[in-house]
Write a new protein. Structure first.
Length: 269
């Protein structure tokens, strides 16, 4: 499994397939394996890179001094430089879209196409920001994601009514329950505060290229509702698609739809 040291910490990633490069940037509290259906479908045609966020999967701790989504974008650019990739199609879901869009804004010459999924470039609404921060405080204090907090956090990622005994639901719950205290306190909680304390970048969205940008959102996404996607698509002037029968992790709840949409979009870029 390949690693690269960035700002003193090992960043874990996968690099699979050959062809034009595609970077998959995933959600908070998930690792690169969330992209398994898309990696399998894209890698016969593209060079697919997928990374683990700091403190997630096999990546090391959040590097000292990392304080914003701009820092995450800069660190991802360092990965591309390490791999010798000059231009990449970036597919970012949730926080992956938040820092991915910032990378596209700061280094547009490096981005051949941009897909933003179940994400939002505005600031977190104040009520939800305070709510998420209170959950992060509880996790930090306990040194664990307690069963009570898991009952709140896990359903957020899925469409309402998902079977809590389903493999997808149980896998996430079990993985979060097993996170050690040090990783939670040094990386997971700070990463959450960076994500939910982000600044508003909606005013910059008109700088993105509408001809090479696509927005997607699960039609039943609760934390990042479709109305936010519509708002951003209007500001960019780009197309958007709803992912049927899917919530926040739309690429796993309806992998066939998302994979086909990505293949169709990337084929023309």
């Amino acid at each position: 499994m390949p690693f690269v040291t960035i700002e003193g910490e090992p960043l874990h990633y996968i690099d699979q397939g050959t062809g034009p490069a595609v970077l998959l940037a995933g959600s908070y509290l998930w690792d690169h394996t969330m992209w398994a259906p898309q990696i399998a479908a894209l890698s016969p045609h593209y060079r697919v890179i997928a990374l683990d966020l700091w403190g997630h999967g096999e990546s090391g701790a959040l590097p000292q001094g990392t304080a914003s989504l701009n820092d995450l974008a800069r660190q991802a650019l360092a990965l591309l430089d390490h791999l010798g990739i000059e231009r990449v199609a970036l597919v970012g879901l949730s926080v992956g879209g938040m820092w991915g869009a910032r990378l596209a804004l700061s280094h547009p010459q490096r981005i051949s196409a941009l897909v933003l999924m179940d994400t939002y470039l505005g600031a977190e609404p104040e009520a939800t920001r305070q709510y998420y921060f209170s959950l992060l405080n509880q996790i930090e204090e306990a040194g664990a994601i307690t069963p009570q907090v898991l009952d709140i956090v896990v359903p957020i990622f899925f469409r309402p009514g998902i079977d809590p005994q389903s493999a997808l639901y149980r896998q996430l719950r079990d993985s979060l329950a097993s996170l050690p205290a040090e990783r939670l306190r040094k990386s997971i909680v700070p990463m959450g505060r960076i994500t939910f304390g982000r600044e508003d970048r909606l005013a910059c969205l008109n700088q993105l290229n509408p001809d090479t940008t696509l927005l997607m959102c699960g039609e039943q996404d609760t934390p990042r509702p479709p109305s936010e996607t519509m708002e951003m698509a209007e500001l960019i002037g780009c197309p958007y698609q709803w992912v049927p029968e899917a919530g926040h992790i739309s690429n796993l709840e309806n992998p066939q739809f998302v994979t086909e949409a990505l293949l169709a979009f990337l084929a023309n870029r």
